[in-house]
Design a protein around this ligand. Structure first.
Ligand code: UDP
Length: 316
């Protein structure tokens, strides 16, 4: 990257949890950054440190309708979408639109500028996986008519569109499949297990375990994820990369860990959401061997800044 002419990145969903952390890191690393976000689940407070800086802009727009960016574009990072199950279940049509129309607008922007393109896909494309841990070669087990399909199928479509633009139009594309990620920047009312348990513990409320707590997830600290995203952008290729932490926990174990770190009363049990995946753990061999990337922050370590962030957001 030349000192006189920085690369300019468009980050859709750049006010969201992962997008804003990525925007901050890319700006620190010398990119000019244009965030495009309709703030439906994003929050401009996540971008406070960047506001007013030269080479940083926010455009409030719905990328499903188009991406109104003028000037040079070198990298298009497509992160716009509700990502928490309660958020996408509340916004089924918007979620389908941003994964389909939004992705195609983002691909067309990259095509028009000869820019690199990276799409934030998800471990949800594996559905309730029959292969464990999940490798990139696994095709998945998604219920196409279940309530979660608005997210899963939208992301599967976004991968298909990305490969079509790559094969048919020669766009330099990347696909990352993000597994459960946590850290500062999540919304307190986001509804996912990490904000729920931490906010419940901080408020002295019982932790709401869905099902019997035996389902598993592997949690990656957001700064580790962002380093992985940049590694894929700079050194990856068009085939998908899993990005996440291989450390698998049951939800019951995770509740115990939050109670150890924060304190708080015991757990209460609630019905398991429809089609909730029973086990999820990334196989990150490809990112490790081809990019030299692996998460560095343990769940216990990452919970410390995350709890401090939620404490502040809750005004406690
Ligand atoms: N979960 C839970 N209590 C909550 C929120 C979520 O037990 O208050 C469970 C949920 O059923 C799932 C896991 O935690 O098995 C992770 O859910 P999350 O919504 O964080 O993300 P997902 O991995 O399902 O997309």
């Amino acid at each position: 990257m030349s000192a006189t002419q920085p690369r300019r990145a468009v980050i859709t969903g750049g006010a969201g949890f992962v997008g804003s952390r990525l925007a901050t890191r890319m700006y620190e690393r010398g990119w000019h950054v244009v965030v495009v976000d309709n703030l439906c689940t994003g929050d401009l407070r996540n971008l406070e440190a960047l506001q007013g800086k030269p080479g940083f802009e926010v455009i409030e727009a719905n990328v499903s309708d188009g991406i109104p960016v003028d000037g040079p574009v070198h990298d298009v990072m497509h992160f716009a979408s509700p990502a928490s199950p309660p958020d996408y279940l509340e916004r089924p049509i918007e979620t389908l639109r941003v994964g389909s129309e939004g992705t195609m607008h983002a691909l067309k922007l990259a095509q028009a500028h000869g820019a690199r393109f990276l799409v934030a896909s998800t471990s949800e494309i594996y559905g309730d996986p029959l292969e464990h841990p999940q490798r990139e070669s696994y095709w998945g087990n998604v219920n196409s008519i279940g309530p979660r399909s608005v997210y899963d199928e939208a992301k599967r479509f976004s991968e298909a569109a990305t490969m079509a633009w790559h094969r048919h139009h020669g766009v330099d594309t990347r696909i990352i499949r993000i597994f459960n990620t946590y850290g500062p920047g999540m919304q307190t009312d986001d509804g996912r297990v990490v904000p729920n348990f931490i906010c419940q513990a901080l408020r002295g409320e019982a932790l709401t375990v869905y099902g019997d707590g035996s389902q598993t997830r592997a949690f990656c600290y957001v700064d580790d994820l962002v380093e992985g995203i940049l590694a894929v952008l700079e050194r990856g290729d068009a085939e998908p990369f899993n990005l996440g932490s291989p450390g698998e926990f049951t939800i019951g174990q995770f509740a115990e860990l939050v109670r150890e770190v924060v304190g708080g009363p015991a757990v209460t049990y609630h019905p398991l959401p429809t089609d909730d995946p029973k086990r999820r753990q990334p196989d990150i061999t490809r990112a490790k061997t081809e990019l030299g990337w692996a998460p560095q922050v343990s769940l216990r370590e990452g919970l410390v800044p995350t709890v401090a962030y939620f404490r502040e957001r809750l005004g406690l």
